[in-house]
Design a protein around this ligand. Structure first.
Ligand SMILES: Nc1nc2c(ncn2[C@@H]2O[C@H](COP(=O)(O)OP(=O)(O)O)[C@@H](O)[C@H]2O)c(=O)[nH]1
Ligand SMILES: [Mg+2]
Length: 427
């Protein structure tokens, strides 16, 4: 395997630039540049030199022997002065060394994954952490990066292996009569059903995408209800055109906003007019319908009650306008013109967000992880209805594969470990 190197700190110039080197020739590279290899995990000040012995920089050198390193390989860090020319010269000197090359994007993390230093769910969390812009995103990402999803999957796997070990023992030795007296299948089916329900419950929790991509707040209602005006007020900029002419907003407009530590995606739509002769307006209305369906929260500005929706807030907009009647029960009164009701609206939205976003203290799953949870839960609920021990065991194996896929790990050795560890078959 190649030895890779890259600047792991931000783009130069900066006070310090950290160049990381990972792979079998990492310490040979340190030897070549620094003249020796400092003791493991101890910072050492060295003068780095190129092949002609000309000094490149004074640097702090750190060596982490594998497998106890971030990548699982021999890993070295050079803390350089962060000027562009310094970094370029050191990179050039490293590039001259045999079997060394510049790393590709994400390659250090990929190697960590390859060497089992982190699993797929942790790598996903790490990716989210690097992209996090809000506090809520950072908190969720640090949980995943810290192994919360992995631990949850491992916990389920342990329970699954317990059930699998007992059914495998029954299959292998049931007729020998030395493992168990009664038919264990009913109890195992109940255990499989319970595990499947637990997995399904976690998969049904608010998805992490709502944190990452923002809660979709869609403004809907008839033309001229004041949607675009409210949209601009919430977005705090004139993203949508406002006019007294019905049908001004033809396409949906999306604006991301961060407020109160939460990422919101505001979506303005064309009014839900009835019949229209204008084909473009008709497309706009169709898109508005789609947007309403995709909304995490619908802000409904119509005078009629909101259409059926998972989560809708009924807003009495343009409250100051002389032609407006009094708000009806359940409506939140807002006037953008007189700057009334907007704070209350944000407060209500934040309250609702609390119910739609993953709770900070619970594991939140992404779409990939949810789909494997659903697969595992499905296999377990099928298993729970089977009378045949062989078919039951097969469904457990497919649940196992699904759980392994969550963390990107596989293996059957631990099934055997659980089997022999618990039942002393070889006695
Ligand atoms: N008096 C008053 N007029 C408003 C208010 N909000 C919007 N309007 C007016 O209502 C008309 C339609 O607004 P617009 O935001 O384009 O509605 P949309 O068709 O639902 O997007 C425009 O003439 C706005 O100036 C408000 O809070 N007070
Ligand atoms: Mg509009």
């Amino acid at each position: 395997m190649d030895t890779i190197f890259a600047v792991s700190s931000g783009a130069p110039p900066a006070a310090i630039a950290v160049v990381r080197i990972s792979g079998p020739r990492a310490f040979a590279a340190v030897q070549a540049l620094a003249g020796d290899v400092p003791p493991a995990r101890r910072a050492a000040l060295r003068t780095l030199r190129d092949a002609t012995r000309a000094p490149l920089d004074q640097a702090l050198v750190l060596c982490f022997p594998g497998p106890r390193s971030a990548t699982g390989e021999d890993l070295a860090e050079l803390h350089l002065h962060g000027g562009r020319a310094v970094v370029r010269a050191v990179e050039a000197a490293l590039g001259e060394l045999p079997e060394l090359r510049a790393a590709e994007a994400g390659e250090f993390t990929r190697r960590a994954l390859l060497h089992g230093r982190l699993d797929l769910s942790e790598a996903e969390g790490l990716g989210d952490l690097l992209m996090a812009e809000t506090e809520a995103q950072r908190r969720a990402a640090i949980r995943s990066a810290g192994g919360a999803v992995r631990r949850q999957a491992e916990d389920w796997t342990t329970r699954l292996l317990g059930i699998a070990a007992r059914i495998e023992a029954e299959l292998d030795h049931g007729d020998e009569g030395d493992v168990a007296g009664d038919d264990p299948l009913p109890a195992l089916r109940a255990a499989a059903a319970a595990l499947g329900e637990d997995i399904a419950a976690v998969a049904a929790r608010p998805p992490v995408e709502r944190l990452r991509d923002g809660l979709r707040i869609v403004l809907g209602g008839p033309p001229n209800a004041g949607k675009s005006t409210l949209f601009n007020a919430l977005a705090e900029r004139d993203a949508a055109i406002v006019s007294p002419i019905a049908g001004t907003t033809r396409d949906r407009i999306e604006v991301p906003v961060v407020r109160g530590g939460i990422a919101w995606l505001l979506v303005d739509t064309a009014g839900l007019a009835g019949a229209t002769d204008d084909p473009i307006e008709a497309i706009g209305v169709a898109r508005a319908r789609e947007a309403l369906e995709e909304a995490d929260l619908l802000l409904w500005l119509g005078d009629d009650a909101p259409p059926p929706h998972r989560c809708a807030l009924w807003v009495h907009a343009r409250a100051d306008a002389p032609d407006r009647s009094a708000p009806q029960a359940g409506q939140l009164s807002v006037s953008v013109r007189e700057d009334r009701g907007l704070t209350q609206l944000w407060e209500r939205m934040a309250e609702i967000a609390g119910t739609l976003l993953p709770p900070p203290d619970l594991v939140a799953l992404n779409a990939r992880q949810r789909s494997w949870c659903d697969a595992a839960a499905g296999a377990l609920s099928r298993a729970a209805m089977l009378d045949d021990a062989l078919l039951f065991a097969e469904e457990l194996r497919s649940a196992r594969r699904a759980l392994d896929a969550i963390t990107g790990r596989a293996g059957v050795e631990d099934v055997l470990d659980a089997l022999f560890g618990k039942f002393c078959i070889g006695k």
